[in-house]
Design a protein around this ligand. Structure first.
Ligand code: NDP
Length: 331
């Protein structure tokens, strides 16, 4: 099979020379092993952090190996009773069109008639759970709260607005990077108001969209967006710090918001989180999300790039905002 390996640590924005496409031959199956043909591969912002050789909540990617990450596929050869040929599986082997490994490293997932397996990589999987956990366990969303979400048209953000509404939020405001995305936020994803952060100063745009202030901020972006939220917060406001994508590809020193004193005067709580610490909420999330989904209350989008050889471009395009909803590579 063909896989995409990291061969050099990127400085700032990754370039093609940081990666290599390699062809791997698989030996005959050992007992307990399966061979899986991938259908969709996930490209995610956190992967940029793992390309650096710095201490973080997950280890850096080793050089010369395939980029690890979420993917879904189907068993095409099996020496395991648990995963017969044809089983749909979710796994973390990453950027490759096929993989052979022990059955333990794959998880069988139920198929939903008429829907692609790719949903397990976003709305019914990791990014959906991130949205749910951030709103509930981290930000402590209460009925009637005014919620602001940055990166609102992406995989996590498009779920956050809808889940917030379903959990009883009052006004929900989103920001995204194009006029088309802003339209989708209010017309498809249940946002009450939205703005394009490229149209001006985020502090002013948010103040105009949330004249009565905000109670919860779901931060996917950091930087100017976090600063704007800190100004817009009502007393007792809470932020779930989920990501800070505005800084992932900069080589400059990242400066913090200039209004941190608001935490003191307004009694604000900012809490960062990584999903790994909240996986115990997966079951609760699945039950609620499956219900909402079956009731037709959840909208989603995918931006799909075809071909394993285009994975690096898909990853970079995602970080530049080319995606609406989840960015995926179809193998
Ligand atoms: P998205 O689908 O949201 O894709 C990334 C988006 O970020 C782009 O589409 C782009 O949209 C936006 N963006 C890029 N640069 C900037 C910028 N400078 N300012 C504002 N927006 C920018 O990705 P995900 O939904 O997968 O992830 C969203 C965030 O959630 C990321 O920060 C990620 O790291 C974080 N995350 C955290 C997890 C955790 O456990 N804490 C788990 C999963 C994700 P636009 O056109 O609007 O600019």
């Amino acid at each position: 099979s063909t896989e995409i390996q990291l061969i050099r640590r990127p400085q700032g924005w990754p370039v093609a020379e940081d990666f290599r496409t390699a062809v791997v031959d698989h030996p005959a199956l050992q007992p307990g092993e399966v061979r899986v043909r991938n259908e969709f591969i996930s490209v995610d912002p956190y992967m940029r952090g793992r390309m650096n050789d710095t201490r973080s909540y997950v280890a850096p990617y080793p050089l010369g190996e395939a980029i690890k990450g979420g993917a879904v596929g189907r068993v095409v050869e099996s020496a395991s009773e648990e995963l017969p040929v044809g089983t749909a599986v979710l796994h973390q082997h990453g950027w490759m069109d096929g993989v052979q490994a022990h059955a333990d490293t794959f998880r069988a997932v139920p198929e939903i008639p008429g829907l692609p397996l790719s949903l397990r990589l976003h709305i019914l999987g990791m990014t959906g759970l991130t949205a749910y956990v951030g709103l509930t366990a981290v930000a402590g969303l209460k009925e009637g709260d005014t919620v602001f979400v940055s990166g609102a048209a992406g995989a996590v953000g498009s779920a956050v607005g809808q889940i917030a509404k379903l959990l009883g939020a009052g006004r929900v405001i989103g920001s995204a990077g194009s006029a088309e995305k802003v339209t989708l936020l209010t017309e498809k994803y249940g946002y009450d108001a939205a703005f394009n952060y490229k149209d001006g100063n985020v502090r002013e745009l948010l103040a105009a969209a949330a004249p009565e202030g905000i109670d919860v901020y779901f931060d996917n972006v950091g930087g100017d967006h976090l600063e704007a939220a800190l100004d817009a917060f009502n007393d007792g406001g809470r932020a779930a710090l989920c990501g800070a994508i505005s800084a992932y590809n900069t080589t400059d020193r990242v400066t913090g918001p200039d209004n941190m004193a608001n935490l003191i005067t307004r009694g604000l709580r900012l809490q960062g989180f990584t999903l790994g610490s909240y996986l115990h909420l997966g079951q609760e999330f699945s039950e609620r999300m499956n219900g909402w989904f079956a009731d037709g209350k959840i909208a989603f989008d995918e931006t799909v790039v075809d071909g394993i050889e285009n994975t690096v471009d898909a990853f970079l395009d995602m970080m530049r905002g080319a995606n609406t909803g989840k960015m995926l590579v179809r193998v």
